[in-house]
Design a protein around this ligand. Sequence first.
Ligand code: F6P
Length: 471
Amino acid sequence: MATTHESAARGTAQVLVASNRGPVSYEVREDGSLHAKRGGGGLVSGLSAIGPDAGALWVCSALTDGDREAVARGVGEEGVRMLPVPADVHADAYNGIANSVLWFVHHLLYQTPLEPVFDAEFRRQWAAYETYNRAFAQALAQEAAQGAAVLVQDYHLCLVPGMLRELRPDLRISHFSHTPWAPVDYFGLLPDDIREQLLTGMLGADRLGFLTRRWADAFSACCTEFAGGTGKTRVGVHGLGADGEFLRERSHRPDVEERMAALRAEIGEGRKAIVRVDRTELSKNIVRGLLAYRQLLDDHPEWRERVVHVAFAYPSRQDLAVYRDYMAEVQRVTQEINSAYGTPDWTPVLLNLKDDFARSLAAYRLADVALVNPIRDGMNLVAKEVPVVSDEGCALVLSREAGAYWELRDDAIVVNPYDVLETARALHEGLTMKPQERAERTGRLSAAATALPPARWFLDQLNALREPQPS
Ligand code: F6P
């Protein structure tokens, strides 16, 4: 039992969430004022499930100049603590290590004849990753009440559980991976000491969460191979689902209706729509999706002028050259298809690069086929959102490498994401699926997709963390 003095020194938060990106970000306006933008997503709605009086605190990093300015001016939101990590440290930790090494390892993205190269520059960035993780551990240690629950998120913060455990052995600590986990041989690409640091850092937690059994097993296998097992740390699976209630309401607001009318006009009367919606990450496989669509137009010329591929490819991580190049390739292949196959009345691919949530929802509602073909994905919420929102039923072409595959495979048309010919056949199958079958499958997909909404997903983890540890 802590003394009053100890608890005062220790902070008051009972539930703490830690993540790189927080629920709010700031922009400095021309007149010098700060404008706050609130984000959405599973964690935001999950955390709201515990209510405003639960003593929750979200610790996140300042990401933009506006964020750093907000911290400097003492501007902030109730329940959020933004850490003013220096911009260069953040860039090395986030762009250099998290997105260019850990993301690549877990998504199997390296072109191994030339990369990765673990050189002195890598070591310098790794030191920044350690500094960045330590800043989180120290802030959490300061803010947490005696015995509080701390839920650390993702590959940006793998070292936090171990660092925090040393500072505050009284806390209940969990870590959740929103990405896949690499197979043993691929994780083995990392230098020995880095591998060990990552695993022991995470094993500092009482509990580790993954989106599917596949990723949890891959993690355990890495621990067996490189860390002598998972020790006392429990490993659990929590497959984040879609927020059905929110999506149904949001997708029927006037801004979505307006965008549906505009999109219908762009697609053209009587044509079918193959829709995809992604943040343009290297793992999303947008280029092979376009190649499969081109193959469909070759294999089935009867679809020419009768179908449109509506591809939403929102910019992501544009500080990295490899992401910018990938985005350029998506645009290049789109143009190639449009100039080779397009006619005065028909644009085969409608590419949307501007992030517009209402327009994405409009596309979800009218899609005949949804294409979700990542080469590897922790879950993929688009695969779960489309069936919930679809007006008349939508065939789902789904990669077997997406986490969502394990929950949706019975009613999806499953593809190997590298096989463009198979994906083209799947698109044809989706386009020709009978309306009744499409609607029935969509109903079942929607039920499976909403089985674990964000609020339950979050509460399940919190409750599991609070369960007494087996001795
Ligand atoms: O795509 C999922 C994901 O990688 C999550 O694991 C993570 O929370 C998020 O994206 C990070 O994205 P960003 O780099 O834009 O903050």
